[in-house]
Design a protein around this ligand. Structure first.
Ligand SMILES: C[S@@+](CC[C@H](N)C(=O)[O-])C[C@H]1O[C@@H](n2cnc3c(N)ncnc32)[C@H](O)[C@@H]1O
Length: 275
């Protein structure tokens, strides 16, 4: 099954408008593969028919479902372990020192996919900071554009392959139990994370200011304009002295014209603070 150039451009613009994500010219196969389940759901025979339906219906859930199907949700527990080591060794201790007057710690994983990233943070907090944070209010929020992936994250169920990617065996034993074909996350971790649907390209005004924001491996799929928009939203949601952590290949280079952020290096992880 292939797409006419006209229809390819339509899907590309739909994805960009709704999520800021880009699709390369060579990604036609990806559209065909990822939209296939939607054809059945919508009872249409071809992608061209699906696109006709999209073009002729006012913007609705179907448009979002198409955008959702095209996003990349690649993630794993403790992805880039050296980041979690630096968050444990440097970032959290500094925030604790800074916020010991208020005894409040707020963390946001801003594109959390199926939840492995916030659960890794939850395990890190429980394993290393339980004593220090005993009388603190800790708020760990995790969000994604995709309602489907957020539902999955809320269920807290992982396959053998997912559970064995990055999760140390002792943490697996402690926080996950086998439940049929899945591994179920322990309620102690699940209760720590508030999962929400948030589209980063629309201003996220209802969130409180955060001490740590993880925005990893999402800007890389976007172009300049949505990246700039998201970073300026994030800037307003970060507490002075708080940290923004991007993914390894991501940078604010050329996106931070007003010099809102300064770079801080911890070992081989760099993160950002507001000026
Ligand atoms: C590659 S995953 C990264 C997950 C995790 N942060 C990590 O590093 O392992 C990117 C996630 O960003 C989400 N995403 C893409 N565009 C988004 C947007 N405009 N708003 C919110 N989430 C978005 C996708 O749904 C996907 O789950």
């Amino acid at each position: 099954m292939s797409l006419t150039p006209h229809n390819f451009d339509y899907i590309r613009s739909l994805l960009h408008e709704r999520t800021g994500n880009l699709l390369d010219d060579c990604k036609e196969y990806l559209i065909v593969q990822r939209l296939d389940p939607l054809l059945r759901r919508e009872a249409v025979g071809t992608i061209d028919e699906l696109i006709t339906k999209l073009r002729t219906t006012p913007v609705c859930g179907l448009h979002d479902a198409v955008a959702q199907a095209l996003l990349t949700h690649e993630t794993s527990f403790f992805r880039d372990p050296h980041y979690f080591e630096q968050i444990r060794k440097n970032v959290i201790p500094r925030i604790i020192k800074l916020r010991r007057g208020q005894k409040s710690l707020r963390i946001w994983c801003a594109a959390c996919s199926s939840g492995q990233e916030p659960l890794s943070i939850a395990m890190l907090l429980r394993e290393h900071f339980s004593m220090q944070l005993r009388s603190w209010t800790v708020h760990l929020c995790a969000s994604d554009f995709s309602p489907q992936i957020i539902q999955r994250a809320r269920r807290g169920q992982y396959t053998d392959m997912e559970i064995n990617r990055g999760l140390p065996p002792e943490l697996k034993r402690q926080y996950f139990v086998r439940d049929g074909a899945h591994w179920q996350t322990d309620v102690r971790l699940q209760e720590m994370v508030e999962f929400r649907e948030i589209n980063l390209v629309h201003p996220v005004l209802e969130l409180p200011r955060m001490d740590l924001i993880l925005l990893r491996n999402v800007l890389i799929y976007m172009d300049q304009e949505p990246r700039q928009k998201i970073l300026s939203t994030i800037r307003n949601l970060l507490n002075p002295g708080g940290y923004l952590v991007l993914g390894g290949p991501e940078t604010t280079h050329k996106l931070d014209a007003s010099g809102s952020f300064r770079r801080i290096e911890f070992g081989c992880m760099s993160c950002l603070q507001i000026q």
